[in-house]
Design a protein around this ligand. Structure first.
Ligand code: EPU
Length: 423
């Protein structure tokens, strides 16, 4: 079994280049179905969730060409509707985007149930509500979800989302892009990856305005055309390395970021006494004294990202004082606490709030990544800890971090991937 082995206590120095954003890449890959021509996507992070998405499309008849390490051409002219491979789709949350994309282009979709990180139940009622408003009927059985437009196709309409869900906003955008007439999404998610998807679709000829605000307007067009598009940098990857430097010490330039997307993370680090300097597309984090505590509450963008919650808990576990982390998006996102506790963290969870009494130094242990960001939190904890930490569940980390071991090694971390015969 593959594990990450690391020995903590070495401060980090140098620069890290940030990859493209996984959660923008996935909807853009599936949105290429709507185009029906060859699109070239640049700055794709070659993490396993992206590889799997490309494989799903390839299995369904799309032609995938790897032009450069992070540049891929996707030609969906030969895409065959309704043929999604159940086994692959069941491993990926982003595969729900097949529903909106197939429905938008072909008027119907038949997609295996999706998977992804396990935070308890991950309902899609808001996606279904959006499809229904556009005139489509939804049904599901054990393994498949089906959605089908009425005889006249999909019609633009008003959709009010009860929750500013990223996935539901994306699926309604995908379904509405080629629908007849105008669609308005109220209470839409405002995350940067929603803007990235709108920019990609607009470059292909869609008419979408308001992305990045809570009201998105989509005027349906008859068809899309090919384009060349560059994925935006991953704010969660950047935030993870910022938290790592804050937990371990040193001075690191985080390169190729959009500082605006990092505002909440930057503000929290400054509040904790960590030094953060902002340049055009570089953020430098320096930490030479133990950071102070902070209270963090996750919320939809532009609030503090839920996908930075576990990493911040790892950082606050070594801060000088008592902190709290309140989770408002995925209330069952606390599986990582048991693992951090094995490393000497002093954390108690009540309801959706963790109270964290910082300790000076964590200690190495055998731990397991229960999900993607939980895995990142364990790496941050391990970089601080005394002695060796061995992390299993590496496949979960590889879903969303491109070469995390190599990137950390290059800035001085004592970290490597090892093969462990123990199961
Ligand atoms: N929700 C509903 N009904 C729905 C949809 C969502 O009740 O129909 C609820 C969820 O249960 C949750 C909240 O709304 O409590 C937010 O869910 P959202 O739909 O926004 O999440 P998602 O689209 O399933 C994406 C990311 C997650 C990230 C969340 C929140 C992708 C592939 N996944 O999930 O990323 O945590 O948005 O920002 O984009 C990660 O990258 O580690 C990750 C888990």
């Amino acid at each position: 079994m593959k594990k990450i082995s690391l020995r903590g206590g070495k401060p980090l120095y140098g620069n890290i280049n940030i990859s493209g954003m996984k959660n923008a890449a996935l909807p853009i890959i599936f949105a290429s179905i709507l185009v029906g021509e060859r699109c070239v996507v640049e700055n794709l992070p070659m993490v396993s969730d992206v590889e799997l998405s490309l494989k799903i499309l390839e299995t369904m008849g799309a032609k995938i060409e790897r032009l450069e390490p992070n540049v891929v051409a996707i030609d969906t002219s030969g895409f065959v509707n309704g043929t999604s491979p159940v086994e692959m789709v069941s491993k990926l949350r982003g595969s729900t985007y097949l529903l909106g994309a197939e429905l938008g282009r072909f008027g119907e979709a038949r997609v295996g149930s999706s998977g992804g990180c396990d935070f308890g139940s991950r309902p899609i009622d808001q996606h279904i509500k959006g499809f229904a408003a556009l005139g489509a009927k939804f049904e599901s059985c054990d393994t498949y979800n089906f959605v089908k437009a009425g005889p006249g196709g999909l019609y633009g309409t008003s959709v009010y989302l009860d929750i500013a869900s990223v996935g539901a906003t994306i699926n309604v955008m995908l379904a509405a892009t080629l629908a007849k007439g105008k669609t308005t999404i109220d209470n839409a998610a405002r995350e940067p990856h929603i803007v990235d998807l709108a920019n990609f679709l607009n470059m292909c000829g869609a008419r979408i305005t308001g992305a990045g605000t809570s009201v998105i307007k989509i005027t349906g067009v008859e068809e899309l055309h090919s384009c060349r598009y560059t994925i935006l940098p991953d704010m969660i990857e950047a935030g993870t390395y910022m938290a790592a430097v804050a937990a371990v010490g040193g001075r690191v330039g985080i390169r190729g970021v959009v500082p605006k997307h990092m505002e909440t993370v930057t503000a929290k680090l400054l509040e904790m006494g960590v030094d953060v300097e902002i340049y055009d597309d570089i953020i430098t984090v320096s930490r030479f004294v133990r950071p102070g505590p902070a209270n963090v509450k996750t919320y939809f963008y532009p609030g503090f990202p839920t996908d930075m919650h576990p990493q911040f808990s790892a950082l606050l576990a070594v801060a000088n004082g008592t902190s709290t982390v309140t989770e408002s998006v995925w209330e069952q996102r606390f599986q990582y606490v048991e693992e951090l506790t094995k490393m000497g963290a002093d954390i108690t969870v009540e309801g959706n709030r963790a109270t964290i009494n910082g300790v000076e130094r964590l200690k190495g242990a055998e731990v397991t990544a229960t999900d993607l960001r939980a895995g990142a939190a364990l790496i941050i904890a391990g970089l601080n800890a005394e002695g060796e930490t061995r992390i299993s569940g590496v496949d979960k980390i590889e879903r969303g971090y491109y070469d995390i071991v190599g990137k950390l090694k290059a800035i001085g971390a004592d970290i490597e991937l090892v093969e462990d015969s123990e199961q």
